[in-house]
Design a protein around this ligand. Structure first.
Ligand code: NAP
Length: 316
């Protein structure tokens, strides 16, 4: 049998990268093998991937030399940054540059950069419909990723830009699940009025990335934007009601109110939802569910995601 082509995966112990590693390993007759990059190969999560059949190597997106070693000899590299670990858009851009240079040095044949829109192309900094954050950004965790796109293309890399969507897993891990109001009723709260949010099971992002690596040349130089469904707040609440057997309402607040909630990143997310709502046609419009399903036939709907995960969503 021909030797497998290695896909080196940044963030392999996390959501997106983990989904990609598991998708590769779930297809043992496929042409690829998975190289999981982690800061700590001895960690439980890293060892779980090793037990599934991944090669586990050390690498840190702050350390370019470690990335060069981790990408060496690989056919493909999946590159992602971790905004919520540090809240610094400037650091994301720096880390993207390190990954791009390391991928170039390693001579990989295909890079996927997990990115999002630079919302300043839609809402310039001078537009005061939403506050400018950190002096240079409207939606820092979007803008920095979009701004970093050119680092991959300028390097002449064979790159696919993968525009991801809102993880439904945020209902589990990000405190976005239903809360009980003073009236005792459950509700989810978003500043989206009757707008739709492009959402996805985070595991499906990696599975779509696997489809992109399999598609190879057809995706090089392309932007691929994925979602599992485009749902209004009322539709997400109704799906929750069905899944947990108790009525969940949808509490629409304004972006101003959402920004004032005060949790870390509330201003960034308030701006993000204002962007996705005001530019729904462009934001949902490019996130093609059928194309995502073509890449990943197991792509879940929100109901399907809830059928597996609703019990993991903390409900007070
Ligand atoms: N939440 C959402 O709805 C959403 C939607 C779209 C895009 N995103 C974006 O997704 C990105 C995060 O991806 P994710 O959710 O897959 O991450 P994640 O699940 O938080 O994964 C984090 C993993 O990244 C690794 N990591 C952290 N810092 C690292 C470093 N310096 N060098 C190497 N590895 C490091 C850690 O692995 P080790 O500890 O093993 O090293 C960790 O397991 C963020 O930038 C976010 O903006 C999020």
């Amino acid at each position: 049998m021909a030797e497998k082509k290695v896909i080196a995966v940044v963030g392999a112990t996390g959501a997106q990268g983990g989904g990609l590693v598991r998708a590769i390993l779930a297809d043992p007759s496929g042409e690829f093998s998975a190289r999981a990059i982690t800061r700590d190969p001895s960690s439980e999560k890293a060892q779980e991937l090793a037990a599934l059949g991944a090669e586990v190597v050390a690498g840190d997106v702050d350390d370019e030399a470690s990335l060069q070693r981790a990408f060496a000899g690989a056919h493909g590299a999946f590159c992602v940054t971790f905004f919520w670990a540090h809240f610094s858009p400037a650091l994301e851009i720096e880390q993207a540059g390190k990954m791009a240079r390391a991928a170039k040095a390693a001579g990989v044949a295909h890079v996927i950069w997990s990115t999002l829109e630079d919302t300043r192309n839609f809402i310039p900094l001078s537009d005061d419909r939403m506050p400018t954050l950190g002096e240079h950004y409207k939606v820092p965790h979007y803008d920095a990723k979009g701004e970093a796109n050119h680092l991959f293309s300028d390097a002449g890399l064979p790159v696919t830009f993968l525009q991801t969507s809102f993880y439904w897993d945020n209902f589990i891990y990000f405190g976005m699940g239903p809360q009980r109001g003073e009236d005792g009723k459950l509700a989810i709260t978003f500043p989206i009025a009757d707008g739709r949010v492009a959402g996805i099971a985070s595991e499906d992002i990696g599975a779509c990335a696997y489809g992109i690596f399999k598609g190879g040349a057809a995706f090089i130089g392309k932007t691929v934007s994925i979602a599992g469904e485009h749902l209004t707040g009322a539709q997400m609440a109704a799906a929750f009601s069905r899944a947990i057997g108790e009525e969940v309402g949808f509490n629409a607040v304004t972006p101003e109110v959402y920004r004032s909630f005060g949790f870390p990143g509330a201003d960034d997310l308030g701006n993000m939802f204002q962007f996705t709502t005001e530019f729904e046609e462009q934001y949902c419009g490019v996130r093609d569910i059928d194309a995502a399903r073509a890449l990943n036939p197991g792509l879940k709907s929100f109901d399907q995601w809830l059928s597996v995960n609703a019990s993991r969503v903390p409900v007070p």
